[in-house]
Ligand binder design. Structure first.
Ligand SMILES: C[S@@+](CC[C@H](N)C(=O)[O-])C[C@H]1O[C@@H](n2cnc3c(N)ncnc32)[C@H](O)[C@@H]1O
Length: 270
């Protein structure tokens, strides 16, 4: 089994995505979606950005490597009566089922960054975008002090070293790496814009309950707990994550969680 696919089919990312809806909608609100715009949401999960784009009138295809998330996305679109939004399985490193130049906008919010072989990902995103179209990525930033970069950093410190040749997904948060990958796909630097933005995770439960969601449902954290368990360190990992979530919680409502996280927004004009 493809380990990238196995990682994301593990657990149930919909439980984390439930905390991402508000910011997902805000990201889409900034994309100038027009009626009938052809949008590909790559690494779409269960549709945090695909559904809002469809509600604004775009014709949306969500592609994700995880079959359980594709099913969840199709269920959500159906429940909302969105006939202009469908989901199918696919791998961002090889989108051979999609025609060249077939989308006006390719969006990937914390999605394609998790695929291996980033040069292939850039090439595929560029290939399926029409000339004059846009690619918009949201990428977590390595070394950033906010939530997700820290979860991934803490998780990796409890995990075995990655296999040789592994390229960290976090390198998509480094401007020079992003430019290099798109340059190799034929996009000059002046067609790439970078901006820092904020994505807020909101959960009705406490920060500790939110950590439990990551431990029980988020593949990368599940793997870190499994590795920590083997070394008798799972309580330590739990404590470290709870301290992080408590520290970063900005919710004014008692017992609730609201944590902002900084990301790199990349906008490419094809
Ligand atoms: C952190 S989740 C984000 C999901 C969604 N974009 C959102 O904002 O809720 C990362 C997503 O990328 C998907 N993914 C990881 N590797 C992929 C690949 N090679 N091709 C397509 N999707 C991939 C995962 O299955 C998962 O749904």
């Amino acid at each position: 089994m493809n380990p990238n696919k196995a990682l994301w089919e593990k657990g149930d990312f919909t439980r984390i995505a439930a905390s991402m809806r508000e910011s997902g909608e805000a990201v889409v609100a900034g994309l100038s979606i027009t009626l009938g715009l052809k949008v590909l949401d790559l690494g779409c999960g269960d549709g945090t950005t695909a559904l809002p784009a469809a509600k604004q009138g775009a014709d949306v295809l969500g592609v994700d490597i995880a079959s359980n998330l594709v099913e969840a996305g199709n269920r959500r679109a159906q429940a909302e009566g969105l006939t202009n939004c469908r989901f199918q399985e696919g791998d961002a490193t090889n989108l051979s089922e999609l025609a060249d130049r077939s989308f006006d906008l390719v969006v990937s919010i914390f999605g394609a960054m998790f695929a291996p072989t980033p040069f292939d990902v850039a090439k595929e995103m560029v290939r399926v975008t029409r000339p004059g179209g846009r690619i918009v990525m949201g990428n977590w930033i390595p070394g950033d002090p906010t939530l997700v970069a820290q979860i991934l950093k803490i998780s990796s410190s409890y995990s075995p070293p990655p296999p040789e040749g592994f390229v960290s997904p976090m390198t998509w948060g480094i401007e020079a790496n992003v430019s290099e990958r798109f340059a190799a796909a034929g996009i000059p630097a002046e067609r790439i814009a970078f901006a820092r933005d904020t994505f807020t995770f909101r959960s009705a439960g406490t920060p500790a309950a939110f950590v439990a969601d990551f431990r029980d449902y988020y593949g990368p954290t599940m793997n870190a707990f499994a590795a920590a368990e083997q070394n008798g360190k799972s309580a330590e990992l739990q404590q470290e994550l709870e301290a992080l979530f408590e520290r970063q919680n900005q919710s004014k409502a008692a017992g609730a969680t609201s944590i902002p996280a900084t990301f790199l927004r990349v906008t490419v004009t094809r």
